[in-house]
Design a protein. Sequence first.
Length: 90
Amino acid sequence: MNIPIKSLEELSKKYGYDHIICYATKGKMQYVATYGRTIEECDQAAQFGDIMKDALGWPESLHAAPSRVRALQKRVKELELLLEGRVNHG
């Protein structure tokens, strides 16, 4: 069972933390979950989580940007394409 991000969000709100990086084990399974209040803090927490995963020997395929960060990156790319189209067409 994965660590619910909602639980990390609740910890953040309850104790006023900007970032939460959680490492847990259950039997032989390891879990890393991260949370940041803002998109920037979310990305920072995820980067630290990836450092932990590297130290634990996890494959890079298990590094994933948080959904909020991926959504922002997608929106930036869409806006760049829109802006590029306007610049090229006048």
